[in-house]
Write a protein that binds this ligand. Structure first.
Ligand code: IMP
Length: 477
């Protein structure tokens, strides 16, 4: 048997090339997530229950990337996360939340809490706008005994359908209001514009958006049980891409799932993985995917290689799959193992169009969960989706209850539970990552990711070369 050599990020360096780039900002990180979706930065937050729910997905889209909502949620919970992302950044909220004038303020407050909104439109029985209820109106109504009609603002400034973003901004500014309902000539509500969403257009110029100007978001589904129903509900909620997520993506299960989803929803954008070989990538592409997710055993919390002995070092996996991706013009996502911007740059130079990141984005304000203290320092939980406790969570979502001795007695975990230092806002991490990738492009003499892939020359390094690459012979502060 011939034994091939597999390499990963720490085995190689990119050879510096002559560069005409004067500043990093000259570089362009635009790339393809999948056949029909483009991103402004090549970064995806991982579909993990300690990484991506709506808060992370919103932050990722604002910076120009995308987040994939994990699937260890009930269908309605996952749909709700997608809806929250979509509502967070649309210029016009198409279906604002309503309340009736005769409902109590108490009901209004709990509805606002449930939907995580700061205001409600008040409509009569003919669905005509009669008022607006904002935080200001209910600030001193903590008992909630009054009716909505007693405290709402009745003199509402409205706009007509078709108003432009700049006109809306002017109206909001001139009237010193935060919410502008769009109302047609019959008095029926056609949407809502908020000052926050209008300001976001200026605040996040590189944001990745769908055709309606809303943030892009993806959603993961599995290959068993409710995956068709889940995919349908997520697409209905407006998810831009479905990610078929299975540890061994080069399996009949994964291939059949891809075929079934593509057949039922032919216009949907579909990513599947994970694979680590050219054959794996080719089989998924032939089944109809729009991008292939590559990485078996590369994740920081992954013990697949320890438990099963199987996997491919990530750089080799990306190089092999990227050849196939190029042949069929299908983008490749390098998933797992990115610890630094240098790793991400190497993955992109090796042919990946994007990198999926878990651990680096975990431990941030936008990742699910609260910080915990250990030895006087703050941490957040970051765990593998195939870890014991993540599986426990999934089982109890599926069945409503779970018995460790019966349901998980023979469960063999392929991921670990871990903690990562609390890092504050994810935006700073993304800025560091993209800043490093931009510099990496410059070292390769490239303005774009595609140019870097054409110019890239990898050099294998020795252990001594690796040691020299790290800070050495100094005491780090
Ligand atoms: P990281 O960026 O190195 O932390 O890797 C994140 C990636 O690890 C995810 O996107 C998944 O592909 C992978 N992953 C997540 N959970 C598990 C697990 O429990 N076992 C193996 N791989 C996992």
């Amino acid at each position: 048997m011939e034994i091939r050599e597999g390499l990963t990020f720490d085995d190689v360096l990119l050879v510096p090339k002559r560069s005409s780039i004067v500043t990093r900002s000259q570089t362009n990180l635009q790339t393809k997530l999948s056949k029909n979706i483009s991103l402004n930065i090549p970064i995806i937050s991982a579909n993990m229950d300690t990484v991506t729910e709506s808060a992370m997905a919103v932050a990722m889209a604002r910076e120009g990337g995308i987040g994939i909502i994990h699937r260890f949620l009930t269908i309605s919970e996952q749909v709700n996360e997608v809806l929250k992302v979509k509502r967070s950044g649309s210029v016009i909220i198409e279906n604002p939340y309503f309340i009736k004038p005769d409902q109590s303020v108490k009901e209004a407050i709990s509805y606002m809490k449930e939907k995580e909104v700061s205001g409600l439109l008040v409509t009569d029985s003919n669905s005509k706008l009669v008022g607006i209820l904002t935080r200001r109106d209910i600030m001193f109504e903590s008992e909630g005994t009054k009716l909505v009609k007693d405290v709402m603002t009745s003199d509402v400034v409205t706009a007509k359908p078709g108003i432009s973003a700049s006109e809306a901004k002017k109206t909001l500014q001139e009237n010193r209001i935060e919410k502008l309902p769009i109302v047609d000539e019959k008095g029926l509500v056609k949407g809502l514009i908020t000052s926050k969403d209008i300001m976001n257009i200026d605040n996040y110029p590189a944001a990745s958006k769908d055709k309606k100007g809303r943030p892009l978001v993806g959603s993961a589904v599995g290959v068993k049980g409710d995956f068709m129903e889940r995919a349908e509900a997520l697409l209905e909620a407006g998810t831009d891409v479905i990610v078929v997520d299975i540890a061994h993506g080069h399996s009949d299960n994964a291939i059949n799932t891809v075929r079934l989803i593509k057949k039922a929803f032919p216009t949907s954008e579909l990513i599947a993985g994970n694979v680590a070989t050219a054959h794996g990538a080719e089989d998924l592409i032939k089944a109809g995917v729009d991008a292939v997710k590559v990485g078996v055993g590369s994740g920081s919390i992954c013990i697949t290689r320890v438990i099963t002995g199987s996997g491919v070092p990530q750089l080799t996996a990306v190089l092999d799959c990227a050849k196939i991706g190029k042949k069929y013009d299908v983008p490749i996502i390098s998933d797992g193992g990115v610890r630094t911007s240098g790793d991400a740059t190497k993955a992109l130079a090796a042919g990946a169009s994007t990198v999926m990141v878990g651990g680096m984005l975990g431990g941030t304000d936008e990742s699910p969960g609260s910080p915990v203290m250990k030895n006087g320092k703050r941490f957040k939980i970051y765990r593998g989706m195939a870890s014991f406790y993540a599986s426990l969570g999934r089982k109890s979502k599926e069945t409503g209850s779970v018995s460790i001795s019966e349901d998980l007695n023979d469960y063999v975990a392929e991921g670990v539970e871990a903690m990562v230092p609390y890092k504050g806002s994810v935006t700073d991490i993304i800025k560091q990552l993209t800043g490093g990738i931009r510099s990496g492009l410059s070292y390769c003499g490239a303005n774009t990711i595609q140019q870097m892939q054409e110019n890239a020359e990898f050099m294998k390094m020795s252990r001594a070369g690796f040691a020299e690459s790290q800070p050495h012979d100094v005491d780090l502060m």
